[in-house]
Design a protein around this ligand. Structure first.
Ligand code: AHR
Length: 499
């Protein structure tokens, strides 16, 4: 079986957006406490942040980090998390049935973001709160001095403004599980008025309205249309969230998850553009895909026992296998090929909670299988996304019908001439040959070709293993004139670099 991929530097989708490689830190389970923050850890800094987590965050190549939620933000009082730590109140966190100690708040997060070299992306609470509290937080973060909240920030030890550019107007407000859940019309009005007021403080903010929590939501489509009918002029992005998992042993359909992501993105684009047409505007709304990942929604605990309100319980600690990493790599391929409209994305989440990075409290740190495709794509997807021509054999899947077995995208850095191809083989059983037509590039050589695969696609990396579940050099590559042929093992993710 053979797939073919034709590349030409003349045909591009858009520049690679660095914000495609964002992630997410929520006050949820052990993501913040005993995740990034663990004062008892030997590498902890003065704020209690683990340096080893910062190092892996950098190695992962994370660009932006969304904070502090997630469902958590819809009941959050940001003022609880500022000032002297020992005077901060503990609160009930209704979203995750936990106790929030508020040891980490906005100033600590901003210091962590600076140390980790990531851009902060803040979310405001539009569940239990509204316009005023969003303005207060914006004033605290972005105003230099001379007002109540900016001077409070300075009194709390941060002289210069945090200068946060990107703001999410609430989180998943379409979901009945959300504290302060709203109808599309109620939310659209609130988002528009919050955005309008925030822009009175700073017209250049980049603002994200909540789209749908998944393409399977009963309100998907009408939610976006209604919210944007209210808020189109005031916002820059609409969000999209999607989580995938292997159901009932149907690995073939699970491997096709990027098909759902492709359709989801294209449907949101169509809906936003329809609102634009009706309003006779030229401005286009882009997508902030600010939660995406593999998440075995029903397999790991997502709430502690109802008679307890623990601090930092073990929640959503999914343990990923090779197939999960292949799907993560494929979802990145989908995000990249839509870079003209998907201008920001966040892998949910960063540490311990459905995460590529895992920590032991006070102890070791380790990488899940999903770490590798993300880190390599973030490092080597540079320059422009190419508009590729791909033909692939297909096979039937229960969820998606006839499904192309190979999916791929490519990038090219016009400055260096470096080309990177990212590809997956979604066949459960068959190796496939991928023939890459390089004739448009002239002289170009293969630099490396690495593949992540395993005879057992359900094999998982563990804290104690031998480190073998990582991408390794693919020995089955052959150059014939202008064609590069790579054999892709079943259930695999591959990166080929040329220069
Ligand atoms: O990422 C975990 C949760 O998934 C987030 O809190 C919520 O926004 C989504 O439902």
């Amino acid at each position: 079986l053979t797939a073919s991929l034709t590349l030409d530097p003349a045909f591009t989708v858009s520049p690679v957006r660095r914000r495609t490689f964002g992630s997410f830190l929520e006050h949820l389970g052990r993501c913040v406490y005993t995740g990034i923050h663990d004062p008892a850890h030997p590498t902890a800094d003065a704020d209690g942040f683990r340096a080893d987590v910062v190092d892996l965050t950098r190695e992962l190549g994370v660009s932006t980090v969304r904070y502090p939620g997630g469902n958590f933000v819809s009941g959050y009082r940001w003022e609880d998390g500022i000032g002297p730590v020992d005077e901060r109140p503990a609160r009930l966190d209704l979203a995750w049935h936990s106790t929030e100690p508020n040891t980490v708040g906005v100033d600590e997060f901003m210091r962590w973001a600076r140390t980790a070299g990531v851009e902060p992306m803040m979310a405001v609470n539009l569940g239990t709160r509204g316009v005023q509290e969003a303005l207060d937080l914006l004033e605290y973060c972005n105003i230099e001095s001379g007002t109540h909240f900016s001077d409070l920030r300075r009194a709390n030890g941060t002289e210069r403004p945090h200068n946060v550019r990107m703001w999410c107007l609430g989180n998943e407000m379409d979901g009945p599980w959300q504290t302060g859940h709203k109808t599309a019309h109620e939310y659209g009005r609130l988002a528009a008025e919050t955005a309008r007021a925030m822009r009175m403080v700073d017209p250049d903010l980049e603002l994200v309205a909540c789209g749908s929590s998944s393409s399977a939501m009963p309100t998907f489509g009408t939610w976006e249309a209604t919210v944007l009918a209210e808020a189109y002029e005031q916002v820059d992005y609409v969000s999209a969230h999607a989580y995938y998992f292997e159901e009932d042993g149907d690995l073939a359909s699970f491997l096709g998850s990027a098909i759902d992501m492709d359709r989801f993105i294209e449907d949101v684009v169509a809906t936003a553009d329809a609102v634009r047409a009706a309003k006779k505007l030229t401005k286009r709304i882009h997508i902030s895909f600010d939660e995406w990942n593999v998440w075995y929604l029903h397999a790991t605990a997502s709430k502690p026992p109802t008679d307890t309100w623990p601090i930092a319980p073990v929640l959503l600690e999914d343990h990923y296998n090779v197939a999960d990493a292949v799907v993560v790599g494929n979802l990145l391929i989908s995000l990249l090929r839509h870079s003209d409209r998907v201008r920001s994305a966040s892998l949910a989440q960063l540490v311990n909670v459905i995460a590529p990075i895992m920590t032991e409290p006070g102890g070791r740190i380790w990488k899940q299988t999903t770490f590798h495709p993300f880190a390599l794509t973030s490092r080597y997807a540079v320059g422009d996304v190419l508009r590729v021509e791909l033909t692939s054999p297909v096979a039937p899947t229960a969820k998606f019908g006839d499904t192309p077995l190979v999916d791929a995208v490519a990038t090219r850095d016009a400055e260096t001439g470096a080309v990177a191809v990212f590809a997956v083989n979604r066949s459960v059983t068959e190796p496939l040959d991928l023939e890459i037509d390089l004739r448009a590039f002239g002289a170009i050589e293969l630099v490396e070709c690495v593949t992540l695969a395993n005879p057992d696609p359900h094999a998982r990396a563990t804290i104690d293993d031998d480190g073998s579940l990582v991408p390794i050099e693919n020995p089955d590559t052959k150059r014939e004139g202008d064609t590069l042929r790579i054999t892709l093992p079943p259930v695999s993710w591959t990166m080929a670099r040329l220069a």
